[in-house]
Design a binder for this molecule. Structure first.
Ligand SMILES: [Zn+2]
Length: 316
């Protein structure tokens, strides 16, 4: 299978730099290798070639790598060459779904806030609040490592990429088809380091396996839509939680008249319902009365008929 995989970028053996096929000599003279199996790659780059320039393994390769391992490796290499990445925004939903159960007082605080402003229970579906609590931002990188091992109470794990700026660090987990599993997730939670994942599939799909180092660098640096928060460290979540409560209280204050209106409509409905129910009872009673009257007239009519019949019998 690997014989046929086309790699748009490879690593040069002497300089350890990423190169395009058009920057190197043709064939095995390109002096490039596969990071997975360490075999020499062939550069396909002759001008008269009908196929698009690329690198590939030799026909008798023993390589067990795949396109997935390649793009994963390439993303780690790219991190060695960039000095910042754009981070996606954080919405309250991101926090609520993943972390807030870890703050015991959250529900109590919420309950107290709702009670203070008489928020109707219909407006207490907290999970529906989709606040933006942190804008998109840029994370500068002054140091980065790949495949760094972290010790946690749940066991060691290897982070794909660690990006650092001064005392801040984030872990970056690029993936092609398999996002991180729950075992790794639990270890990340235990290590309490902010972690971002990058879905590489949209990039590869959009570029149909043909792209330059710059293209991939731009994607890793600037694309927001393929980046997802996996975990945000507890101290930061606490901070964001305060922002959430501040925003929520302001929104609640702005909507006090809505709550009042909601209550007055509900009161009105319950009044109407009560009146309707009383009338129903009344109606049932009347129905019974009518039934009694109907049977009474039946009885009287029968007596009348009998009387008439009897009268004529007397003339026989
Ligand atoms: Zn290989």
């Amino acid at each position: 299978m690997n014989t046929y995989v086309r790699y748009p970028i490879a690593l040069k053996r002497d300089t350890k730099k990423l190169v395009h096929p058009f920057e190197v000599e043709n064939g095995l003279n390109c002096n490039c290798y596969c990071p997975e199996c360490d075999e020499n790659l062939i550069a396909i780059n002759k001008e008269k070639n009908k196929q698009i320039d690329h690198f590939r393994h030799q026909r008798d390769t023993k390589c067990t790598g795949s396109y997935e391992t390649y793009i994963h490796w390439l993303s780690k290499e790219i991190f060695k060459e960039i000095d910042a990445i754009k981070l996606p925004e954080i919405r309250f939903k991101n926090l609520y779904e993943n972390y807030l159960d870890k703050f015991k007082d959250f529900e109590t605080r919420l309950y107290n806030l709702y009670s203070k402003y008489y928020v109707p229970k219909e407006f207490r579906q907290t999970y529906k609040y989709d606040f933006l609590i942190q804008e998109k931002s840029t994370f500068k990188i002054d140091k980065s490592y790949d495949e760094k091992t972290f010790k946690t109470d749940k066991g060691d794990y290897r982070a794909d990429i660690v990006a650092e700026y001064k005392n801040n660090k984030i872990l970056i987990e690029p993936y092609y088809s398999n996002p991180i599993d729950s075992i790794k997730y639990n270890k990340i939670v235990n290590s309490n380091i902010t972690t971002l994942s990058i879905d590489l599939k949209p990039f590869v799909g959009m570029n149909n396996f043909i792209y330059t180092i710059e293209d991939f660098k731009n994607f890793i640096t600037s694309d927001i839509n393929s980046k997802f928060w996996i975990f945000i460290r507890k101290e930061k979540v606490k901070n964001l939680t305060e922002k959430f409560f501040y925003k929520l209280e302001n929104k609640i204050k702005e909507n006090v008249t809505v709550f009042k209106k909601h209550k007055s409509i509900k009161d009105k409905i319950s009044l109407i319902e009560n009146e309707k129910n009383d009338l129903f009872i009344e109606m049932e009673k009347l129905r019974d009365k009518v039934q009694i009257l109907i049977s009474k007239t039946k009885k009287e009519k029968k007596e009348l008929k009998d009387l008439e019949t009897d009268y004529y019998k007397r003339f026989k």
